[in-house]
Write a protein that binds this ligand. Structure first.
Ligand SMILES: [Zn+2]
Length: 122
């Protein structure tokens, strides 16, 4: 039989998820600000010459890295929202593929996990 997760455990994971969600949202906001700042700077800087040109390569790289981080974080945010929905629906902690319970150790490490360790690795 499937063992249902205790209410207190669910609450704990819910708290963890909400905390993580807040953190990501803050980071997204921060990165968003940084991006608009650099955009402002580079558009306002057009008259201030070559000094800036040398940095363009690294600047592009930096932006690429930032947008990668942003998309990873958006994905994580999406997963966290899903997990929070599942808590509300009473489906949290169950593997989406095999319907077995996801190990608690895995959930502690990755509270938004949708599959058990077996399904995720193999
Ligand atoms: Zn599974």
């Amino acid at each position: 039989m499937l063992k249902k997760m205790k209410k207190s455990e669910l609450k704990m994971f819910e708290k963890k998820l909400i905390k993580e969600r807040d953190k990501i949202i803050r980071e997204l906001e921060y990165e968003g600000e940084q991006i608009s700042k650099t955009q402002l700077e580079s558009s306002g800087d057009l008259s201030a010459y070559s000094n800036h040109m040398a940095d363009q390569g690294t600047e592009t790289e930096r932006r690429e890295v930032t947008s990668q981080i942003l998309s990873t974080q958006r994905e994580a945010l999406f997963e966290i929202d899903l997990a929070l929905q599942k808590i509300n629906q009473g489906k949290y902690g169950t593997c989406e593929r095999c319907s077995n319970p996801i190990g608690k150790r895995r959930l502690k490490f990755l509270p938004q996990a949708r599959t058990c360790i077996k399904c995720s690795t193999g």
